[in-house]
Design a protein around this ligand. Structure first.
Ligand code: FAD
Length: 418
């Protein structure tokens, strides 16, 4: 005889914990259900603990479907059913006050990710939601409910919620194994690529010399010559290439197109919102005003000095050249680099440095009101394992809470046959 439970949640990350809590709260109104979270890790919450630089960017004060890819009606409905305010209230109800930073990101006032994890696990305990660690699940089969096979044996569950995450930071336990399980159950899983990932540039580029410098930059991504993304934010130069929110946000377009063999180009405009002509006009005016000032110093009136010098060298111009002596062609080359520098991207930094996964189970295979599979009745899928990813800023956790909310409640409603 094996364990018989009502709801088995596979994966006790952000989405799984949220689902456990919402399921137990929904059930408590009528009857107590046996709800169990199974996780392969020795201790849970590794990803929550490292998130947001150890501070956990829980959500964002303004959430719109445009912050996610895809931003389909299903995604819009899921987000609408659990707003940023709902997330704030929910955390407040668990004793976690959040504070808003200038960028709109929300963090616990303690500035400690552990506060978030502690609140979630405490609430699970209060609601008798069992968390079983060292319970890596190897298979789920649909048979009079579900048989869940794990490394310690097996159990029988009325409903199963899959919350095994994607492939980012695999050492936290999210290694993509959940996708194999749902594939065997009949789901499709798209190709998956690292997203919110830093990008490695060719050694010939000047990034290493600027390591540590960050500045507002507009990044435009073109696939086979067609613009697919344009966004502005902080770009951070590093010893290997580029990072910072704008590069991380743009990375998904590069990783996917590159893997598909397309020609993909990412261009930097270091004067966001200012085009070539306007930037050239301004540079000419600055050069005419002080013709003896060096080109490097003149350009430094528009961008940080270190970048100004690097751009000059990149364009084959000695930064010490007096501005008045710069040839027209050189000036135009410089302005092209200033407003449309192509990044020589070699590769992304891989799963160990990616914050999220682009790809997963297509949203079309899920009922967005309950997160129940359209293929396998009684199976719910939530969190990062779905083919939807958010930009940097708390959006991916919001996705985990929002899908966990619907999935947990949906599973309870399904058990009751409502
Ligand atoms: C370094 C880093 C920083 C981040 N910072 C932020 C941030 O500040 N804000 C934000 O919004 N997002 C952030 N993210 C993204 C966010 O952490 C994830 O999108 C989110 O945690 C996904 O939640 P999930 O529950 O779907 O999956 P996960 O958190 O990946 O959880 C999946 C769980 O399933 C378990 N599991 C996997 N396979 C099995 C199996 N076969 N059997 C049993 N258990 C299994 C794993 O052990 C894991 O515990 C960050 C990510 C990283 C890597």
């Amino acid at each position: 005889m094996h364990d018989r439970i009502d709801i088995a949640i596979i994966g006790a990350g952000a989405a799984g914990l949220a689902a456990g809590i919402f399921a137990a709260e929904a059930a408590a109104a009528r009857v107590q259900l046996k709800i169990v979270l199974l996780d392969g890790a020795k201790s849970i919450g590794a990803k929550i603990l490292v998130s947001g630089g150890g501070r956990c960017n829980v959500t964002h004060d303004t959430i719109t479907p445009k912050d996610f890819t895809p931003s389909t009606p299903a995604v819009r409905n899921i987000l609408a059913a659990f707003s940023a305010q709902a997330a704030r209230d929910w955390f407040a109800s668990m004793g976690v006050a959040l504070k808003r930073e200038e960028t709109g990101k929300l963090f616990p006032v303690t500035d400690k990710a552990r506060t978030v994890l502690h609140a979630l696990t405490t609430r699970c305990r209060e609601l008798d939601v069992a968390i079983r660690t060292n319970h890596r699940v190897t298979d789920v089969t649909a048979k009079d409910g579900f048989v869940v096979r794990h490394e310690q044996g097996e159990l029988h569950a009325g409903r199963v919620i899959m919350a095994t995450g994607g492939r980012s930071l695999p050492r936290t336990g999210s290694d993509g194994s959940g996708w194999e399980i749902v594939r065997r159950l009949g789901h499709r899983v798209t190709d998956c690529h690292p997203a919110l990932v830093p990008l490695v540039l060719a050694d010939s580029m000047f990034h290493a010399g600027l390591s540590g410098l960050s500045q507002e930059t507009e990044l435009t991504t073109l696939i086979d010559g067609k613009q697919v993304d344009r966004r502005t934010g902080s770009l951070l130069w590093t010893h290997f290439g580029v990072s910072g929110p704008v590069a991380m946000d743009a990375s998904r377009f590069w990783t996917i197109a590159h893997a598909q063999g397309a020609t993909v180009e990412v261009r930097c405009n270091f004067r966001p919102g200012v085009g070539f002509e306007e930037a050239e006009r301004q540079l000419i005016a600055q050069m005419e005003a002080r013709p003896k000032l060096s080109v490097g110093k003149t350009l430094a009136q528009q961008v940080p000095d270190r970048l100004a010098a690097a751009l000059c060298v990149y364009c084959g111009i000695d930064p010490a050249t007096p501005a008045g002596r710069l040839a027209r062609e050189s000036r135009r080359t410089l302005v092209h680099a200033l407003t449309g520098l192509p990044l020589p991207i070699l590769r992304d930094r891989g799963w160990n440095h990616a914050e999220v996964t682009a790809g997963g189970v297509p949203m079309g295979e899920i009922n967005f009101r309950t997160m129940e599979s359209r293929t396998v009745p009684g199976l719910h899928l939530i969190g990062e394992m779905l083919d939807c990813d958010g930009r940097i800023g708390g959006f991916n956790f919001q996705w985990a809470w929002a899908t966990g909310h619907l999935g947990g409640r949906g599973a309870v409603a399904g058990l009751r046959g409502t």
